[in-house]
Design a protein. Structure first.
Lengths: 600, 114, 269, 116
């Protein structure tokens, strides 16, 4: 485990999901030397798990006139009047974000959306189509027009495959199954990363003129989650450790329909296509929470409604933590055509065929709104003034460009990952072509990480009490679910903080069982757990400070939104092992989209 | 592709020829000898059929052998040599077989037997 | 098949272990776990790794049958570990045997070296090659054209098919069902502008004519795809390649002409 | 080897194909005796008329039949979209060839017994 080899590229991108691959492909058009690292094979990235759709205003369908917000959809004939507009999409997104989204970035994302969809289509993406061949669209929660473009219910899968193929076509080099362990930032300039070749356990210093993170979300810190086992927030934690601040980490989205006790996602498209949510008394309880949008209210609201039902004793299942998603009235044909995958998932994982029985569901940790703060070109910033960390970029779920604010709307994240991935790719290419250079590395990051690995293999020599990494991870997930979940308050958050700190302490004497260099997944899981602990502390600290309720962050002790004091982004810097919080203003167009009460 | 097509076409031909062959020549099983074969082959039409049968079975068998052997990875680099050998075998077989069929003449030798 | 009688009881999971750096040859190791309701094979592996032997090595990520990481050989059949209930695969004595996917070198335990597999995927040029001019909006593919793709885009590249095909066992130069299915998807897509070249390649020595219609690939596919039928279709198209190519060019013209044109040479396309 | 019905059918087809090729060689050599005159021909043929070899001929018959019907099955798969019936087709090919082997085998056995 030594060989201090150095690898050099113009641009190194960590993460081969939609964000990372778009960036690589775009920069790849400029004949630069680009490498993409991914800890799982690129096609195994979590973007592929996205089901429901990707938002863009195309105006291909409209509700049949006079049938109301949940009525049937029909194609808009050529020359027919548009029902959707960029402004409407913007407004929905801003409202969804509970006004915490930065409106300049949102505008960019939404106006580039149609073009991104057509680009995907021209690259071979197989979208579901209308009879006349145009791309079909469906409704999604929080969107006031049908603008989710989809491919049955495996949209992310086809997008990811399409974009990966095109990146291969442009000769991008992929380091598949390489794990990024560290980011090298000195004096606000990014100089490279330290990475582990999982296959043989060798560590490398990888130097580049520009580094980008597209490492995905951090949903794995919760017990019930829709996220892949690989979504351990590595990029977020690594950046934080390297001195980069994290923004808005307290905002974690819980999706209303995870499969009961498994957390596996039943896409929002289930409700988009017309599914009902029902409690143990057979009541469509959303009537009481969002009489207008019903099941298609935004996720934070629906999840809270569900949790309320559960806590008031109207849940189902052995532990009464579940509710029902009833799809039966949609009929076999529609289900098989539009939702084949989720039907199959429900059969396989819950033993329920949604054609003739309601599916047991429960809220599941789903999306991380917070992350590495970046501007709309993916350029990472170091503070509230927007000082750049030169040569460091981020996009996708790990980044907080803040288009999603306090709560993301469904289908906006595939869009965000694509749009900002592409923009980051362009920005990096320009940055490199404008004469950026490889920067010297003064520190010895390789050494540091070698010791980190050695410590995990040998355990704490001073103690013979060796902690189990998986147990620490389990306990963390337990406490995050219980104390930092859908409903939060001072006391729960304090408990969570105590627990996280205790676990961090215990982690120091953790020891792994697998001592080999070759494909050591035991080691990876230990490092990932370290990362979970790192960012969980930031989540809890940021949440504790924010004494209001906004979007996905709901404090039972402060149930109201407080624009006076809290219409601002949280920034957390690592400082002497405690996050130091500061705040950054939100970019708002006060004329066009001033904050309003958020009601559905 | 060529081998594949040869294999299928000859297979279809074989279905016909082989059925015919089995019914006419081997069934019912009885004592088979030169004279019985000759009885049939006296007709040039039957000679033609047998020769066609021979050609299709050779094509099929050799193409099949080629397919079986080239499926093995280690043989792949030698496939040209293999093809050469098989073609030669095929030609030998065809000549020899045709010669055989044609030698079912009612020649002097036969008169001697009876 | 479903054997519910083991719920709550201990069951035996036999896993093939092998680390080529230290072991001479693979061996089966037995682990005993308690069968909880709803346990998948992947859950069982996770439990063993977390509680009994952290060095047990396998690939996984999404745990709901979409990423394609966790294909392995269970009781002799290839499948995804994450979407299979453990109880469905126990024998009468409550045992299950898990091995890595066959026909590929083992990296460690259940992890195999897939480089040849990916090499074949790249060889068929999995990417779409769009025409030089593209419409300003989407290509309006007809419902029949979408239907003709037979959902091939659903393939998750898990390799269950590849590692079940005996031709692969014999000859690694064979392109394999996964990549041929990908080639099929591209060739049948009216937006692709190089179906002729693609057909020429897959009709070569290592391509569709190497397939002996063994059908294992269909049985192994967790996404219920049909590589065999795709291969049969390609075989037929390969025999009328030129005509197909010409037909495609015509179709593409009408696809583009039905909508405003723009040049393809814009970033991101 | 990956075990499955697909593999069994494939293996049997290959195996019978190769057996048939070998037999074809022998067969041509035997018939080839005709070039050397009727006597040699009859003499060589006589060897194959022995009861033991007649019984073995049943195996040959089985091989031809299985290989033939399996081949027909494949050709059907090539030209018709019937992969959904792959198992039934295999069983059918197998059953028909087994049946015909029995039907065809009886006279062979009788004949062998008769000449004993
Ligand atoms: C079940 C589910 C369904 C969803 N459905 C939708 C939907 O319908 N619509 C929508 O818009 N959004 C949806 N989302 C959200 C959306 O999928 C994600 O936000 C988006 O795909 C994130 O893309 P990404 O490129 O940022 O990261 P990811 O696709 O998660 O990729 C992360 C990449 O980083 C790599 N990586 C991570 N850490 C390291 C490391 N340390 N070293 C090396 N590589 C590393 C990983 O290997 C991977 O390649 C869904 C999410 C989930 C969980
Ligand atoms: C009714 C008669 C026959 C039919 C329908 C038939 C059909 C076929 C078919 C379709 C194949 C291709 C298999 C593949 O590509 O996987 C094949 C292969 C083969 N055949 Fe035949 N065949 C017949 C008779 C014979 C005979 C008489 C011989 C021997 C002399 C023979 C020898 C072979 C061999 C060696 C192969 C290659 C084996 C393989 O590829 O699996 N066949 N046959
Ligand atoms: S065709 Fe099926 S089995 Fe083969 S790689 Fe694709 S999904 Fe897996
Ligand atoms: S198993 Fe293999 S031989 Fe053909 S039908 Fe499938 S690819
Ligand atoms: S873990 Fe992703 S397919 Fe099984």
């Amino acid at each position: 485990m030594s060989d201090s080899e150095i690898i050099t590229h113009d641009i190194i991108i960590v993460g081969a999901g939609l964000a990372g691959t778009w960036a690589a492909m775009t920069a790849g058009e400029e004949k630069l030397d680009i490498a993409v690292l991914s800890k799982v094979h690129p096609l195994r990235s979590h973007s592929g798990a996205a089901q429901g759709g990707i938002a863009a205003v195309l105006n291909n369908v409209r509700p049949v006139e006079g049938t109301g917000p949940r009525g049937p959809l029909e194609p808009i004939p050529p020359g027919g009047e548009a029902v959707d507009s960029l402004d409407l999409h913007m407004f929905d997104t801003i409202k969804g974000s509970d006004w915490l989204g930065d409106q300049d970035a949102i505008e960019i994302m939404i106006s580039e959306a149609p073009e991104i969809i057509y680009a995907y289509e021209h690259m071979g993406c197989v979208f579901s189509r209308l009879p006349d061949g145009r791309i079909a669209q469906r409704r999604f929660g929080g969107h006031s027009a049908p603008r989710a473009n989809y491919s049955a219910d495996y949209t992310g899968h086809v997008l990811l495959h399409t974009i990966h193929e095109q990146a291969l076509r442009r000769g991008v080099k992929f380091y598949s199954e390489w794990y990024c362990m560290d980011l090298i930032v000195e004096e606000n300039i990014c100089r490279g990363i330290v990475a582990l070749d999982i296959l043989n356990g060798k560590l490398y210093t990888m130097r580049a003129k520009a580094v980008m993170f597209g490492t995905g979300g951090y949903g794995r810190a919760w017990k019930i989650t829709s996220n892949a086992l690989a979504n351990t927030g590595d990029g977020v934690a690594i950046s934080y450790n390297a001195g980069v601040p994290l923004m808005d980490m307290e905002f974690v989205q819980f999706h209303p329909t995870g499969l009961y006790q498994k957390g596996i996602l039943m896409t929002e498209a289930c409700r988009g296509e017309g599914g009902y949510l029902v409690n143990s008394t057979d009541e469509r309880f959303m009537e009481r929470y969002a009489p207008d949008k019903m099941e298609l209210a935004p996720r934070d609201l629906v999840s809270r409604a569900e949790q309320m039902e559960i806590e008031e004793g109207r849940g189902i299942g052995p532990d009464s933590q579940g509710l029902y998603l009833d799809m039966r009235h949609l009929g076999e044909q529609k289900i098989c055509e539009r939702l084949p995958q989720v039907r199959d998932l429900a059969i396989k994982f819950a033993g329920v065929d949604m054609i003739d029985a309601p599916v047991p569901i429960q809220p599941t940790a789903h999306y991380s709104m917070g992350g590495i703060p970046a501007d709309s070109n993916g350029q990472v910033i170091a503070d509230a003034d927007g000082t750049h960390i030169l040569g460091f970029f981020a996009a996708g779920e790990c980044a907080c460009i803040s288009v999603h604010g306090a709560n993301r709307l469904g289908t906006n994240s595939l869009l965000g990952a694509s749009v900002f991935g592409r923009r980051a790719g362009r920005a990096m290419a320009e940055f490199v072509k404008d004469g950026a250079d490889l920067q010297p590395i003064h520190d010895d990051p390789l050494q540091r990480n070698q010791e980190r690995i050695k410590h995990l293999m040998d355990g704490d020599p001073a103690s013979n009490n060796h902690e189990s990494v998986s147990r620490i991870a389990e306990e963390l997930k337990g406490t995050m679910t219980q104390n930092c979940g859908i409903f939060r308050d001072e006391e729960r958050l304090a408990n969570a903080m105590r627990k996280v700190n205790e676990l961090q302490e215990r982690y120091k004497s953790a020891r792994i069982m697998d001592k080999s260099g070759r494909f050591n997944t035991d080691l990876l899981e230990a490092i990932e757990t370290d990362h979970l602990l790192t960012f969980s502390e930031v989540v809890v600290a940021s949440g504790m400070a924010r004494t209001e309720s906004r979007g996905a962050h709901y404090r039972t002790d402060y149930p109201a939104r407080d624009d006076e004091d809290w219409l601002k982004h949280t920034l957390a810097h690592k400082e002497e092992d405690k996050p130091k919080l500061s705040y950054k203003s939100v970019n708002i167009d006060w004329e066009k989209f001033p904050p309003q009460e958020r009601k559905y | 592709m060529r081998i594949f097509i040869i294999q299928r076409l000859s297979a279809i031909a074989l279905v016909v020829f082989l059925s015919l062959h089995m019914i006419v020549v081997h069934y019912p099983p009885g004592h088979l000898d030169f004279s019985r074969v000759l009885e049939r082959l006296a007709d040039p039409f039957w000679k033609a059929i047998d020769i066609a049968f021979l050609f299709s079975v050779l094509l099929h068998a050799l193409a099949g052998t080629y397919a079986v052997l080239t499926d093995i990875e280690r043989v792949t680099p030698l496939k040209r040599i293999l093809a050469g050998v098989l073609v030669v075998l095929g030609i030998i077989g065809a000549v020899y077989g045709t010669y055989t069929v044609l030698s079912f003449q009612p020649p002097a030798s036969m008169l001697i037997v009876h | 098949m479903a054997n519910c009688s083991f719920e709550g009881q201990s069951v035996t999971v036999r896993i093939q272990r092998f680390n080529p750096e230290v072991d001479k040859k693979p061996r089966l190791k037995e682990f005993v776990i308690t069968l909880e309701p709803g346990t998948t094979i992947l859950d069982a592996l996770r439990e063993i790794k977390n509680e009994q032997d952290g060095s047990l090595t396998y690939r996984r990520s999404c745990r709901h049958a979409i990423c394609g990481s966790c294909a392995m050989n269970v009781n002799g059949k290839n499948m995804l570990a994450c979407n299979q209930p453990l109880k469905d695969h126990l024998d009468r004595k409550g045992r299950i045997t898990i091995r890595p996917l066959p026909y590929q070198p083992i990296i460690k335990d259940l992890v195999v070296d897939r480089s040849v597999f990916w090499g074949q995927y790249q060889r068929v040029k999995p990417w779409l090659i769009p025409p030089r001019d593209v419409p300003e909006k989407e290509f309006c593919m007809s419902p029949e054209e979408v239907e003709a793709l037979k959902n091939a885009e659903k393939c998750i590249m898990c390799g269950a098919c590849y590692a079940s095909c005996q031709v692969i066992g014999l000859n690694k130069r064979y392109i394999g069902p996964h990549a041929l299915l990908k080639a099929f998807q591209r060739i049948l897509d009216p937006r692709d502008s190089a179906p002729g070249e693609r057909l020429a390649d897959v009709a070569g020595d290592d391509g569709v004519f190497r397939c002996h219609t063994i059908f294992n690939c269909i049985d192994a596919c967790p996404k219920e795809l049909n590589p065999t039928q795709a291969i049969e279709t390609l075989r037929k198209l390969a025999q009328k390649r030129q005509a197909f190519d010409a037909q495609r060019r015509e179709r593409q013209k009408s696809l583009i002409n039905s909508a405003p044109i723009m040049s393809a040479e814009r970033p991101g396309v | 080897m990956y075990k499955s019905t697909g593999f069994i059918s494939f293996f049997l087809r290959r195996f019978t194909g190769l057996v048939l090729v070998l037999y074809l060689g022998v067969h041509m050599w035997v018939i080839g005796a005709a070039t050397k005159g009727a006597e040699t021909f009859n003499a060589r043929l006589e060897v194959f008329e022995s009861p033991v070899l007649k019984i073995l001929e049943i195996l040959l018959l089985a091989a031809v039949l299985y290989h033939g019907f399996d081949g027909i099955r494949l050709i059907i798969v090539h030209y018709f979209d019937v992969t959904d019936y792959r198992k039934s087709l295999f069983y059918a090919a197998f059953a028909i060839s087994a049946l015909l082997t029995i039907v065809g085998g009886i006279p062979l056995v009788l004949y062998a017994l008769g000449t004993l």
